[in-house]
Design a protein. Sequence first.
Length: 343
Amino acid sequence: MTERREELEETAKAMVARGQGILAADESTGTMTKRLEGVGVDSNEETRRTFRELLVTTPDAGDKISGVILYDETIKQKTADGRPFPEMLSEVGILPGIKVDTGAKPLAGSDGEKVTEGLDGLRERFEEYRDLGAKFAKWRAVIDMGDGKPTDYAIHVNAHALARYAALAQEAGIVPIVEPEVMMEGSHAIDVAEEVSRRTVTAVFRELELQRIHLPGMVLKPNMVMAGYDNPDQPSVEEVAERTLNLFREVVPEEVPGIAFLSGGQSDEQAAAHLSAMNNIGGVPWELTFSYGRALIGAPLKVWSGEADNVKKAQEAFAHRARCNAAARQGEYSEDMEKELVA
């Protein structure tokens, strides 16, 4: 048990290493299809593999990216030169991860709220993923806002599922990323987002304690505290950073090694600016890093657009976004950095 805990702690620390962050390349087939079709690319197993390989084979990606969350399809695929994705990532110093939930489904007895599923057979799936090379995993809970949402019921069942997943992950020697996402869609004020985020993260850590999760062997992946995107009264970058850190100081135990924020549909620039502002404030016991999907892959996907001739430029776009967020990780991001990439 002691040896396994030490291994979990070592992996978790590597995931949130200084100057690096996590690439979330774990979109479901449906989500990835929408993104590919949005740039005029037919979605099939080969085009999905090609784009994800483009990202992870970007030169020196391991300097800025500590880990990559893969989808079930991808972790079982091979790169063009015949290497399994986890093997290729490990060779360049990037930790392979895996998304293990099966998505948010309607919650029985609720008025349109959701609960994330995927616990059935998870112990056996963890064994398979561990044998394939996964070092960490991710499970996302969706907490909707507005019209009386979220209820305590929805928060509780999602927190319970997150903790059950985390326990199974640690049992398998895999570090769990615990992702309770309070959605940013809507017109709610930042005060409301702060209150709901407090309720949610408090409930999550209550369940993690009850289910005996080893906190130094996990990573938290929460939303930032922001007003709803449709609210005309948007807070400043500084207010978002201050409110987010003040909240997590209240509810996140010091034993957690790092908080890897999700981008949640923010623009590339917003996601970097908010993270940078938080790292500038500092004074917290955890590493403050990123686990971004759209805020890292949106630009390279658009540049690539399915054309082999565009691979190099797409990789340059990905490397640029990785540099910006790695700088934000150190509190050193500025808008001037966005001028560095020549179109």
